[in-house]
Design a protein around this ligand. Structure first.
Ligand code: SAM
Ligand code: SF4
Length: 499
């Protein structure tokens, strides 16, 4: 099949139409603007009632979200931040999950004006990793201490669903012997960030053992979307992208991750779009998004829009949008990435983020060839704001009282989709997460931590162990002895024991 034929057969109109309700999309520009306008003057009591609903871990309606987006009063904003922190504590406690991005291919048939990988960027050096290169990259990521990664792909016949599934098999098969030689470390969960696909292709990823499937809508505003994504490209089809997660659900992938690229359009509109997206997934499948991302646009090689968009989001607005998202979709994980500067990321984690990345390399082949990112801006997608190592970020967060979790037990124990959402809403999954966070943090401290990180980490883990021993959750009398047995075995070198 030549390139033109390939491009023509990607989009399946029937796999868009089946998700429309009465022929309409779940994004209705007029109703979003209408709600933002209608609740312009929020009333204090109304805001406090909404905060109580968030604290009860209930998804907010678009109208309630619009009220929070309109709050300008500094005192009320502070109350919102405090409520966001409490919601996070209630659902996710003091855990923070780490992952690493792994860029497998920068070939792309699309031409998104903000992205360094766009096809008309002739300065970009193109490469699709061979399976041998995928293996080498994975080894380097494991050697940093990571257990989960997000593999990233441009949209191209050379990095189609079969290639993605092959690269997943290679990543899962890659192993490194632990420093004590008593077991091995590996990547235990692969999330995928790749273009929207047909149900048939998504089933291939499901069979290959995908963790979460992530697609960002970029902007939920159809008109602005059309300005940024040329109509004659696959990505030019707004609706094909809008229902990517609906198709994923139909393909059996029930951990789906949504996001918007902040800076392309008005940030309040994008937050409303994300909340409508969460509602439609709940309405049609009974499961909301597993995570929400809110990357801010970064400077990209040769991209005019990434530095000059009229919608760039300043730090203050960024803090507010994270707070509102935490309150609006209380049970969903929020991801803040190394695109953000170190100080801001640290602060944002407090407002409710649950996942982040570190020691990230966003060039093709950049983990095994460390110089790629520093010396070849023409091989990376955009510039990162925080290039610290995993060890440094873990140490900083441990000092702030956050325990790093590399837990990947959820999907391996069948705790995904609606099952995990129900457990999170009831606060049960959190208990398992706490146990698994301690087990995986023990692994990290033994295998990869620097002396200083280990010193701070040991104090934190001691505190966690005391809390666990006092937890009323252990009505099942076998759980605590099993956990303590696993902890001891991991401390003496065994790996990958989880609850
Ligand atoms: N090609 C696939 C797609 O577009 O869905 C997946 C890979 S693409 C590299 C992943 C994401 O990178 C995009 O969804 C977009 O939100 C983000 N991105 C693109 N350019 C960016 C920039 N200049 N700054 C920050 N994020 C950017
Ligand atoms: Fe290609 Fe994705 Fe970049 Fe658009 S954002 S140019 S689809 S890699």
């Amino acid at each position: 099949m030549n390139m033109k034929e390939w491009v023509q057969q990607v989009i399946k109109p029937a796999e868009i139409e089946k998700y429309l309700v009465n022929g309409k999309d779940f994004i209705d520009e007029k109703s979003i603007f209408g709600n933002l306008e209608k609740y312009r003057q929020p009333d204090k009591q109304q805001v406090r009632d909404i905060l109580q609903k968030s604290l009860d871990i209930k998804l907010l309606s678009p109208e309630e979200t619009a009220v929070l987006l309109n709050v300008e009063d500094p005192g009320l904003l502070e109350e919102m931040r405090e409520a966001a922190l409490q919601v996070k504590k209630k659902v996710y406690d003091n855990r923070i999950v780490f992952f690493a991005p792994l860029y497998c291919s920068n070939l792309c048939v699309n031409s998104c004006v903000y992205c360094g990988f766009r096809s008309d960027n002739c300065a970009e050096k193109r490469h699709v990793l061979t399976m041998e290169e995928v293996r080498r990259e994975t080894e380097a990521v494991i050697d940093e201490g990571h257990k989960r990664l997000i593999a990233v792909y441009g949209e191209h016949p050379q990095s189609d669903a079969d290639y993605i599934a092959d690269s997943m098999a290679t990543i899962y098969a890659t192993k490194r012997v632990t420093p004590t030689g008593n077991g091995f470390n590996n990547i235990r969960r692969i999330n995928i960030n790749a273009a929207p696909m047909s149900i048939e292709n998504l089933r291939k990823l499901w069979r290959a053992g995908i963790g979460t499937y992530q697609v960002f809508q970029e902007t939920y505003h159809p008109g602005r979307y059309a300005e940024l994504h040329p109509a004659n490209t696959i990505k030019g089809n707004f609706r094909w992208r809008l229902y990517a997660m609906h198709r994923a659900m139909d393909a059996g992938i029930d951990d789906v991750a949504i996001g918007a690229l902040f800076g392309l359009y008005d940030w309040r509109f994008e937050v409303m779009g994300l909340v409508h997206h969460a509602h439609d997934l709940e309405r049609q499948f009974g499961i909301g998004p597993h995570t929400i991302s809110f990357p801010r646009m970064q400077p990209a090689l040769g991209s005019f829009v990434s530095e000059n968009s009229p919608y760039l989001v300043r730090d203050d607005a960024f803090r507010r949008l994270v707070t509102v998202l935490r309150l609006a979709v209380p049970y969903t994980g929020l991801i803040v990435t190394a695109r953000e500067r170190a100080e801001l990321r640290r602060e944002i984690i407090n407002y409710g983020c649950t996942q982040t990345d570190a020691s990230s390399k966003i060039g093709i082949g950049a983990y095994s060839e460390k110089k790629v990112q520093e010396e070849n801006p023409d091989k990376v997608q955009f510039m990162l704001g925080d290039e610290r190592s995993l060890d440094e970020v873990i140490r900083e967060l441990a000092g702030d009282g956050y325990i790093t979790s590399f837990c990947t037990a959820g999907y391996r124990c069948g705790r995904t989709g609606d099952k995990i959402m129900n457990l999170l809403e009831k606060g049960v999954e959190g208990k398992f997460c706490k146990l698994n966070a301690v087990l995986t943090f023990r692994e990290y401290l033994n295998d990869y931590a620097s002396a200083e990180t280990r010193r701070i980490g040991e104090q934190l883990i001691e505190k966690e162990l005391q809390e666990i021993e006092g937890m009323s959750f252990f009505t099942d009398k076998k759980l605590l002895p099993t956990f303590l047995n696993y902890y001891k075995r991991i401390a003496s070198g065994e790996r990958d024991l989880y609850m």
